[in-house]
Structures are given as C-alpha cells and as structure tokens.
Design a protein around this ligand. Sequence first.
Ligand SMILES: [Zn+2]
Length: 432
Amino acid sequence: MPIYDREAECMEREELAQLQLERLQATLHRVYKNVKFYKKRFDALGFLPEDCQSLEDLARLPFTTRHDLAASYPYEMFAVPLREVVRIHSSTGSPGNPIVMGYTCRDLRTWAKLAARVLTAAGVDRDDVVQVTLAYGLMTSAFGLHYGVELLGASVIPTGPGGTARQVQIMRDYRTSVLISTPGYALVIADALEALGVDPKTLHLKVGLMAGEPWTEAQRAEIEARLLLTAYDNYALSEAMGPGMAGECEHRQGMHLNEDHFYPEVVDPATGAPLPPGELGELVLTTLSREATPLIRFRTGDLTRLDFRPCPCGRTLARLGRIAGRADQVVVVKGINIFPERVGQILAQMVGEDPVYQLVIGREGALDYLEVRLEVREGVFFDKMTAQREFLQKLTTKLAQGIGVTPRVKLVEPHSIDRRRETSPLVIDLRP
Ligand SMILES: [Zn+2]
C-alpha cells in the first residue's frame, strides 16, 4: 500500500524525537510570547521556554483543559494576530462558552497534508470518488478530510449529512468508491439501500472512513457486511486540529498518530501521572506545528493506549488504540480505576456481539463493591443451575483479571437495561 509522506511517516524514532523536541521548543517560545494564559502559567512555575531541554521536560508543565479554552473565549488563546487567521471553527464544548479554534494558511495546508496521509493509509487514491456525509459547519468534522481528498487528487462529493435517499442515488449514479461518515450513519445508509431495493453489489464502494462517534468491532463487521467495503477508524480532535490526526493503515491494529505534529502522552485520568506505553489512560496532546491556536498538554478526555511497536506497514508512527470511552466516565473502586468500556470489551469476548450491561458501585460498611449487570439475550436461558453457576464463575474470573477488581456479576432479564442509556446510565454510583 502506498504511503503519502514516506519521509515523515517512516522516520527513525530517534530522528522523530529530535524533530519533536525542536518543534516543541519553538511552540513553547511562541505561546510564551503571544498567549497570556500560557505566559501566566509558565511564570507561576518559574519556567522559561528555554528550560525545555528534552521531551521529558514537557511533563513539568500543567495541563490545558476544555474549561481553560472556554474561559479564553473568543480569541484569548490565539497565538497570532487575527489578520493572519484565515479560518475559524468552534465546538460547543462544555456548557457555557464555545471553544474557538483558528487556522492560519499554513495550519490549513498542514491539515490537508495530514488528512491526505490518513486517507492514503486507508487505500484512497486519486482515482477515487469520495462522498463526505459529515456535517459542513462550525465543527471541524467534514472539512479536514474534504481538503485531504482534494490534495490527493481524488474527487470529493460534499453531500453533508441527511437526505438519505438522495445520498444513495448519488452513491449509485456518481459511482462513489469511498464513504466518509459516522458509523451510525453508515448503518442508516445500509437500511436505506435495503428499503430502496438497491443491491450493494451494484455499487462501487471500496472503503469507508468512519469518524465522529465511538464504535465497536461488531459495528465494523456489520458495516462491512452490509455495504461491502473495508471500514477504517480514524481519530479527530477539533481542539487540536480536526480529522486527519490519526488513522488506521491496512493492518487495522490501531491508528497511526501523526506524531511529528502532535506529541502524545497517556496519563492516569484520576492523578494525571504519566503511564507507561501500552497502558490504558487519558490521551494528552501537545500540538507541535499549530500556528493560530497551539495547545500545551491538552487533556482530550479520550481513553486509549499508545503502541510504539513497529507496524508491518513500515510506518514508525505510534498507534492509538481504539478509543475506549471518556475519561470522565472512569470510576474508582477500591482505589483502582475502572473503565466501563473495558468491562464491555471483556463481556463482548465472553458473550459475543455488543453486550448490554450496567455497572453499579456501592459501599457496604467501609468497603466498596462493584456489581456488573449483564442482560441475558432473549431465548438464552439456563435450564441447569450448574451451567449458570459455571458461566457466572468464568465471567467473574475473566473480569477480575481484566479490571483488577472482583465484581459481583448479576444476570438480568432481556430489555431491563435501556440500550440508548436514556433511562439506564452506564454507571450508577450509590456511594455516599
Ligand atoms: Zn501500520
């Protein structure tokens, strides 16, 4: 498979670290000089940009949060004068002020190049016809990949979301070969094909780039089976740039992060302490080339792990694991971080498909307990008590090994947990 920027994507790790350090130093100088927020922070620590002599020195600096960005509304975080900004995006972010991101000409050029890397890794080339069903608006969602497609020389059809019957017609008549959508919308399109009596074999779909919401391997398999394409995961964070930051290669074992532009750390979401490579934690990113709105140690809130092992594709860029949920959903039981999504992954291995489950945390005396409620599928029942006991025991052991706390596992009736989580939150914490 071709690699868009072989020099950058296959760079020796040592050379990459040197490039990261140089770009980090330049970024620290820029924010210290131009962004009051960072100057105040660095001054409070007695830290000068020239004190950063190695990549490890970055950990001496405090995190930047979404709250900090919202409090800087609208332009306080900009590191360049407004006349150098050629595009403005914003996200709704937390309740309160939106978060505003600016882009200089160079930022936009970099964005398109990085998006082209991600598209190429998924097998998109200049002969493709790419239908972008993500929203074109204030959010960054559709734009990053759109300009990446143009840079590659492929054809882009900017349909935006909705109007599914028309999407299908365009897909068929314009011979769309690449679909860019949310995983949920890909399935809506699959439903529409069925309803309209369009056989996916008569379409030209080859690749799907899924973004915008968390999804599972089970969803990937369903999308691939129903649309007859290969579905790739990619990672986007509006605050740092937008789509094009990381994406899967043909081996689909994690998303190669464009580390020459984003420096990653994974930290314990509860304490903020850095975690060793491979451990699940919260992703923290520092931008290394952004001119308009650079970020230092930004807490993304996304739970993932970093894989620095070489990939058979030849890229040396580290891979982000599938986003395993949000850091604000982490619960601490008996002093151990429990990731609800991790529980879901273990249950999926045991019962197959997407398990419907809920975590209940409570306290008895001075001790915390964790109860995992798992919905039994319709038609599945245990006619023998021993079979049920064995299943529960196996499940409990697997969970204890996987999360570090031995839970009580309780099987509940079909449809007793609301799958859409409107009436059944994923986690119920009963502790005082
Ligand atoms: Zn790879």
